[in-house]
Design a protein around this ligand. Sequence first.
Ligand SMILES: [Fe+2]
Length: 469
Amino acid sequence: MTHQKGLETLDREVEVDSLPTEGEIPDWLGGSLLRTGPAQFEVGDASYNHWFDGHAMLHAFQFQRGDVGYTNRFLESNSRQKARREGTIVQGEFGTDPCKSIFKRAMQLFSFSEPTDNANVNITRLADEFVAMTETPLPITFDEEILETLGRFEYNDDLDGDLTTAHPLYDAERDTTYNYVTQFGRTSSYVVYRQASDSHERVPVATIDVETPRYMHSFGMTRNYIVLVEFPVVVRPLEMLLSGDPLAEIMSWEPERGARFRVVDKRTGEVTGTGTTEAFFAFHHVNAWEDEARGELVVDLSAYPDATIVEDLYLDELRTDEPDALAGQLRRYRLQPDGSELRGRQVSEQTLELPRINYGARAGRPYRYVWGNGQRDGAAFLDEIAKIDTEDGSSTTWHEPDCYPGEPVFVERPGAGAEDDGLLLSVVLDGRREQSFVLVLDAATLDEVGRATVPHHIPFGFHGQYVSD
Ligand SMILES: [Fe+2]
């Protein structure tokens, strides 16, 4: 296998005006693909354990009249700066506990109040600032052109939270972003909040008290409802505090609890219902919408039968040639807003992870197409780009030998009529050449339109956004 290069440190930062390109990248594509992901997996003699732990690096691909520029820079988070000062890993991450001695463990207790800000998961815009995010509520602002780190995004409110998602959802009708935080305590709470697009203030919409908070990486949102799907991955905050163990190690899979869907009405903040179904796990919701004819909510996710994926993403596991299942399958759940009549079905045989849709036109609405990464039989890593038609479950794929594509980001063609009329942008590792390229595909057919090659490998990342000029 040749995927291992994608799990090696990249410490080179470059600015290239024009990358070597092949094919014809359309003139109308004018904007930047901004991405974040882990890029440094060792500090001094210490190594991070989990794919989610490496120091965040930002990457920008600038598309202009068929040319592609490229810039990459580390995000100067506190987590990274502390590590650089001390010459070792200081800050605990998702799957790394730097504290081996009792003394250091005591120190870690103090640092519980200062969680990681290593924002290597996703990028969004808050109050007209570009921010990188991780799963603690500590987004970091950066300059989208030169990728300079500008500092912590300052919220103008007093909402506390220990965990959040790096997948806020934008409601275009309300020009408002929704997300939630988990507050750990004797009784823990999820606080669903909204944030107007010109505001630094998070306004609570609903507070849900829970005995056993769950690990949720994303959530679903329709025009009028938010759906939190509580997988039975239980987090015991007291255990984390006392043991100093990282989040990944204290999460426990308790399938007897099932998966609980909680529905919140965005208009009133009322929890309109909960429904429980057979246990499963997902990192990523795909989309959710209201089926008006049936009065039902439709919630699509990339689902796994259990949470072993969290362990399969430890770097030691990923660096082997032993294939683990690193992609789930598209599943569709339906339920009434009061939580009743909850049932799910698999939509397609196609494997799917890092799913994307045409958000601009279809987020929270009926939609047909999902794009994402798949894993072919026997592959040790995600090795294809897939398009799934949710109407009949059929799929189309792109694959090239020894190539490992990342999340395919959809960009709509100006004046597009059809939902899939546009391009897909995906950062691909060519494992044989140990170099990455940005691939441009026709989103409808997955035929290649062009590619531009980067002067180094880009470690496998998670998410990014395209920003039109
Ligand atoms: Fe994610």
